[in-house]
Write a protein that binds this ligand. Structure first.
Ligand code: FMN
Length: 224
């Protein structure tokens, strides 16, 4: 039976809060491997990330082989956790906004989110028109939604008892060359993943400084 939004509102916030508060960027991982089943469960949750027009531009290169992770480590300035973690993920953003537009808007039409085929075709045309935007615009476009997917990945992993570390410290050209990433994809982030080493148990690590709610919010406008 379908779960209503209000039922979800009542049952899920505490679990979510625990996941959010527990997550830490972890560098030290145990020797325990992550099963393919667990990885699939994590990525199954990642699919539910929201994206502009639901265009879902993300794809993930999931590396578990030691040599592959060593190669990725070289692209990441030698950061040790890339090989210490049993899993390293290259988070890619598709810079072609229309890559999945047909399927997305067929779905909207089927489910009544769009009134008719003409509207569906108009939307596909609009998104296909985005292919003519600058490389810079489409890189920004894909980075927005793909970064959200990276965050879902980290929270989903945490909800399965895993720890992660996001990384922007890498040479994107080297990542492209080493892992044959097609030109149309932007390497947006790397994420290491595994079970935290006992002495790096992220529950016990003191939470790093966070700016206060008052400092980060501007209720009613920036000058308020
Ligand atoms: C976009 C982004 C890039 C980051 N790049 C790196 C990195 O290259 N190497 C690294 O060890 N940590 C990296 N971090 C992890 C941050 O240092 C970490 O999130 C921050 O210190 C807060 O700590 P916490 O995640 O444990 O709360 C990155 C985090 C983000 C969000």
């Amino acid at each position: 039976m379908a779960t209503s939004q209000s039922e979800m509102d009542e049952t899920r916030p505490d679990e979510f809060e625990t996941v959010v508060r527990d997550r830490r960027s972890v560098h030290d991982y145990s020797d325990e491997d992550v099963s393919e089943e667990t990885l699939r469960e994590v990525f199954d949750l990642v699919r539910y990330t929201p994206s502009g027009y639901n265009l879902q531009p993300w794809e993930f290169v999931v590396l578990t082989d030691e040599d592959d992770r060593a190669a990725l480590q070289e692209c990441a300035g030698g950061q040790e956790h890339v090989t210490d973690a049993p899993v390293a993920v290259v988070v890619l953003g598709n810079k072609d906004p229309a890559a999945h537009a047909d399927r997305v808007f067929d779905d909207w039409l089927d489910k009544g989110y769009l009134p008719d085929e003409e509207t569906r075709d108009g939307l596909v045309d609009t998104i296909e028109g985005w292919r003519d935007r600058s490389e810079e615009q489409n890189t920004l476009w894909t980075t927005r939604s793909t970064s959200l997917a990276a965050m879902t990945l980290m929270h989903a992993a945490r909800s399965k008892g895993l720890s992660t570390c996001p990384m922007e410290g890498f040479d994107d050209g080297a990542v492209r060359d080493t892992f044959d990433v097609p030109e149309q994809f932007e390497p947006v982030m790397l994420v290491t993943m595994g079970y935290a080493a006992e002495d790096a148990n992220d529950r016990e690590n003191e939470r790093k400084f966070r700016r206060s709610v008052d400092e980060i919010t501007h209720f009613g406008g920036f000058e308020q």
